[in-house]
Ligand binder design. Structure first.
Ligand code: NAP
Length: 277
């Protein structure tokens, strides 16, 4: 991808632009840092930054992931290039404060860009704290997440109350619940959107063996992961996607989805029809 800069999208609540392809850390960063892992994960991060990306999403739910990301970013002296999102995943105000403080320590930083309530767990316990932390500059944005599209209605209930900058939810070419009004409502409300499980935890890549359809060349797709991610990024209501990988070759594939042409409405329809058969 030399020379090609990643497409960026604007965070509605601030106007800040972020790269459309970020990096999830579930499983891929939940690992012991053997010399081989250290090399491959450092390369994954280098590729992300080199392509103009910055978003790294983690959670205390992902075992060692926050610590590994924190250690590598410190070793690479790359905190300034990164845009860190993590989560609070517990019930109770005081416990939430302790857990978020621990997350910042694991990430080796005094502040993160985005703090999200993971799967809405204890959401009402944490929102006040998050507003306070935002005012103090310990976080820059407030978010809420879920892992299932059956929770989109519940997420929307919180978004309508206001004061939430980001929503993270599952969306893929085979899990398209977000297309039924949710994305349009996020755009209307001025909420930034972060897509989790965009590759169905890798399942889409296992399913889609064989050559790409000829029409994929119309948007310069050279791999199935580009195909699946460009399908999502074609909607301007998507702020970023966060596919997880610990494999530099896969990272390169995923990053290519963030450059060049995106499919128009007609091509998107053909892309989905090709997968659904
Ligand atoms: N409730 C929540 O807040 C929530 C829920 C789910 C996920 N998330 C966030 O969203 C991120 C993404 O979701 P996810 O990790 O569940 O699933 P995903 O990103 O859809 O898929 C990740 C899997 O796909 C594989 N993969 C990635 N790129 C590939 C490529 N180009 N070619 C072949 N295989 C590829 C990875 O394996 P390799 O390492 O071998 O590439 C990994 O097994 C998570 O890491 C997490 O940060 C948040």
């Amino acid at each position: 991808m030399p020379g090609e800069r990643m497409l960026t999208r604007r965070i509605p609540s601030s106007g800040e632009e972020i790269g459309v392809v970020g990096l999830g850390t579930y499983r891929s960063f939940d690992t012991r840092l053997s010399p081989r892992k250290r090399t491959s994960l450092t390369e994954v991060l280098d590729l992300l930054f080199g392509a103009g990306g910055s978003v790294i999403d983690s959670s205390p739910m992902y075992g060692r992931a926050e610590s590994v990301a924190g250690e590598l970013l410190q070793q690479m002296d790359a905190r300034g290039k990164s845009w860190i999102a993590t989560k609070v995943w517990t019930r109770g105000k005081e416990k939430g404060i302790r857990k978020m403080t621990a997350s910042l320590a694991k990430l080796r930083t005094g502040s993160v860009d985005l703090m999200q309530v993971h799967n809405l767990v204890g959401c009402d316990d944490h929102l006040d704290t998050l507003r306070g932390w935002k005012a103090e500059g310990r976080i820059r944005y407030i978010g809420i997440t879920h892992y299932t599209s059956s929770a989109l209605g519940e997420l929307m209930g919180y978004l309508k109350q206001g004061g939430i900058d980001f929503v993270q939810f599952p969306y893929s070419i085979v899990d398209r619940g977000a297309e039924n009004g949710f994305l349009a409502q996020c755009a209307d409300l001025g909420v930034a959107t972060m897509v989790n499980r965009p590759l169905e935890q890798g399942g889409l890549l296992h399913r889609a063996r064989g050559p790409l359809p000829d029409f994929a060349a119309e948007i310069g797709c050279r791999s199935w992961s580009e195909y699946f991610l460009k399908y999502l990024l074609a909607d301007p209501a998507i702020t970023c996607v966060i596919p997880a990988t610990g494999n530099p070759d896969h990272m390169l594939d995923n990053l290519r989805a963030g450059v060049g042409e995106m499919p128009d409405r007609d091509l998107r329809r053909r892309m989905a029809a090709h997968i659904h058969g």
